[in-house]
Design a protein around this ligand. Structure first.
Ligand code: ATP
Ligand code: MG
Length: 400
């Protein structure tokens, strides 16, 4: 008898030509997630099993975060031939429970001496006899004890909800524009959950934005990497471009023109790193630069597709999601962002594209050089599995 994890994934992804690619990636990532707990993972009967983990609960929680996993149960695996032992184990699992329960058996081994209704009856009866505090309720029980008879017998109660989505790396690579705010980490998580590997770009306007603001973004990337795997985060120097915009461009357009330069720089870094799309945390109408007209002005400079997974989300939905993925507390720390320091008093909400292009032209011929300098001058921070592996800003800490 031993403790194992039953890891379920969505049947929908099993269809079609991508199935082997999907399965290989999923097994690899479950294996990787179980590794720190000494867990051994394998695929059998359209399930992934994990055994030999040092801490089943912690391992189950970690495995549930893997994209593509729909649910995880901690189960007892035992020989199926000793039916009395199965009854005793079932009773043991219900011993500290009160209220109502039912047993739900299934067997793929049709030669097993009892069919499923009989197993329900026998095991249910035994549990009742040994645990007088419990009652049976087949319609709406507090607990369902599941017994599966396959190669072995497994018993479990309840399940942890998995992250869902598609296994990491099965849908390509995208570049997230990661600010220190609430929205962009959530946007990155949502795209990563569709199987997309992330890289990220952050624009840093030192000394207008502090080292603490930079550290906050590294921390957000680190948190994201618990679910999203390795993320290469590029911290691009943005001060010079922002100063020029501030000095030369019409004030009411400065945010928009700044956003256009962010997209240009991110587009160059994405191309260099072979990412196929940009991802932002924009949501329709949230601020002046996120009206339909303003988004069209931003898209004007992008040749890669721009994914905006939060486009139809209310702020409250985004906050709930940020809490769930663990980024909210860090995002809420009150450090300045480069968007907030040069904010125009009356930004355009319905900008005309030709007027914005004209306003931007005041930056002159040197703009391209400045953009290239921001691309080339970007520092690379590497985070993976919730750890900072490389950070030129804090070299000793990252190594340790
Ligand atoms: P967030 O909460 O993510 O900061 P926001 O509501 O503050 O979003 P904006 O500041 O207008 O919105 O930014 C819109 C999007 O532009 C962000 O979601 C992010 O993708 C990108 N962005 C903004 N500032 C930065 C920055 N300093 N570095 C990288 N990306 C940025
Ligand atoms: Mg922001």
């Amino acid at each position: 008898m031993r403790e194992i994890l039953l890891v379920r994934f969505g049947e929908v992804y099993l269809k079609g030509l991508n199935r082997p690619v999907f399965m290989r990636a999923l097994v690899r990532q479950v294996r990787h997630a179980a590794e720190p707990f000494g867990g051994h993972a394998w695929l059998s009967d359209s399930r992934i099993y994990v055994s030999d983990m040092s801490d089943a609960q912690a391992c189950a929680e970690r495995v549930a975060m893997v994209f593509g996993v729909h649910s995880v149960s901690i189960a007892t695996e035992m020989e199926k031939d000793d039916f009395d032992a199965i009854c005793r184990q079932a009773s043991q699992m219900m011993r500290d429970k009160t209220g109502t329960f039912k047993v739900r058996a299934s067997r793929s081994d049709k030669r097993y001496p009892y069919d499923s209704p009989k197993i329900n009856e026998l095991v249910g009866g035994y549990i009742l006899q040994e645990n007088p505090q419990l009652r049976v309720d087949v319609k709406n029980p507090d607990y369902v004890l599941v017994i599966e008879i396959r190669e072995k017998a497994t018993l479990h109660i309840g399940r942890l909800e998995g992250a869902g989505g598609m296994p990491m790396g099965t849908s390509g690579k995208a570049c997230l524009l990661l600010s220190g705010g609430i929205d962009s980490p959530v946007a990155g998580y949502m795209i990563a959950r569709r199987g997309v590997k992330l890289i990220a770009v952050h624009f840093h306007s030192f000394p207008y934005t502090s080292e603490r603001a930079r550290d906050k973004v590294v921390e957000l990337a680190r948190i994201l990497s618990q679910a999203c795997g390795r993320i290469d985060l590029f911290i691009a120097p943005f001060t010079q471009i922002q100063m020029n915009i501030h000095q030369l461009c019409p004030e009411e357009m400065t945010t928009l023109i700044m956003r256009r330069q962010m997209m240009r720089i991110a587009g160059c870094i994405a191309a260099r790193e072979r990412a196929q799309a940009l991802v932002t945390g924009e949501s329709l109408g949230q601020v002046a630069s996120q009206t339909m007209e303003a988004l069209a002005c931003t898209d004007d400079v992008c040749s890669l597709p721009v994914f905006r997974p939060l486009i139809g989300f209310d702020k409250i939905d985004i906050i709930n999601k940020a809490e769930k993925i663990g980024t909210y507390a860090t995002s809420s720390l009150p450090y300045e962002d480069c968007c907030t320091i040069f904010t125009p008093r009356h930004p355009l909400t319905r900008p005309r594209l030709d007027a914005v292009r004209e306003g931007e032209a005041r930056l002159g011929e040197g703009l391209e050089t400045l953009i290239q300098a921001a691309v080339d001058g970007a520092e690379k921070v590497v985070v993976e599995d919730g750890r900072v592996l490389q950070d030129p800003g804090h070299p000793q800490e990252a190594e340790g």
